[in-house]
Ligand binder design. Structure first.
Ligand SMILES: Nc1ncnc2c1ncn2[C@@H]1O[C@H](COP(=O)(O)OP(=O)(O)OP(=O)(O)O)[C@@H](O)[C@H]1O
Length: 247
């Protein structure tokens, strides 16, 4: 059932690094075809949460199901069915765009038509350039191309538009919306509140490793005191620690 089937189900997820409780009992569901946003301050636990759901980090506790698979028990099966775009692009330092597409394609049993991916991302003029030498916007497009190379059902994007100029951000969102139109489920973290409002169906607000609210942008805004009506206000009211509240 498009729209009501949970493709991600997380229960009571936790993860500590030494004494830092990075993720502290997170539960959430993401439905098929959603663009699901995760917002929160630096260090709130967004990346750790996403990486555990992707099967890249082991949780201390809790359960994670993605596409009906227990992530801890089926990491290799899961890898073929999800797309991953990480913040770090150091991996691509010495590699050209075409080589990166070929290399990543070789990791998976199924590939989306390479030419179609290149066309969709507008990457044709850049295929023989080193990824590292591209502008931020084109590097992010390359990273998004790599995230969809295996034609995944669920795509994870960690701050996909951070550092890009407004035009590059809009262009990247157009591509993300196209993927959504195809029925993909997209889960992403962002520091851009206006993007969260405009593009995300639902947004989870994470503070100190916990989800303090999870709803549509409109519903989150409707909770605010009178006179506050933006996602920036949501961020300030819900995501920011009040004085005296320390990690
Ligand atoms: N590998 C690690 N070793 C030790 N501590 C870590 C590690 N990764 C994250 N942390 C800590 O865990 C907490 C959550 O970090 P995380 O990167 O998940 O937050 P975030 O919300 O993604 O932040 P940002 O917006 O800056 O990317 C922070 O206190 C961070 O310093």
């Amino acid at each position: 059932m498009n729209g009501t089937q949970a493709v991600i189900q997380v229960r009571n997820l936790s993860k500590s690094y030494g004494k830092t409780r990075a993720v502290d009992g997170i539960s959430m569901e993401v439905f098929q075809g959603e663009i699901f946003g995760v917002i929160g301050a630096n260090g709130a636990g967004k990346t750790t949460t996403l990486e555990m759901i992707m099967g890249l980090r082991d949780p201390d506790g809790g359960t994670i199901e993605v596409l009906g698979l227990d992530v801890m028990k089926n990491p290799s099966e899961l890898k073929h069915r999800i797309g991953i775009q990480l913040q770090e692009t150091a991996l691509y330092d010495r590699i050209k765009v075409r080589e990166a597409l070929e290399l990543f394609g070789s990791y998976y049993r199924k590939n989306r038509d390479r030419e179609e991916v290149i066309e969709m991302m507008g990457l044709k003029p850049y295929l023989n350039q080193y990824v590292k030498k591209l502008s931020g916007g084109w590097q992010q497009r390359t990273a998004l191309a790599l995230a969809m190379i295996n034609d995944p059902e669920v795509i994870f994007l960690d701050e996909p538009t951070t550092g890009l100029d407004p035009q590059a951000r809009n262009e990247l969102w157009e591509i993300i919306l196209k993927l959504k139109e195809e029925g993909k489920t997209i889960i992403l973290s962002t520091h851009y509140m206006e993007e969260a409002r405009r593009y995300c169906h639902r947004v989870a607000v994470i503070r100190q490793g916990r989800i303090v609210a999870c709803d549509t942008p409109e519903a989150l805004i409707a909770r605010l005191p009178e006179g506050k009506e933006t996602m920036d206000d949501v961020y300030v009211e819900l995501a920011v620690e009040s004085k005296g509240e320390t990690a």
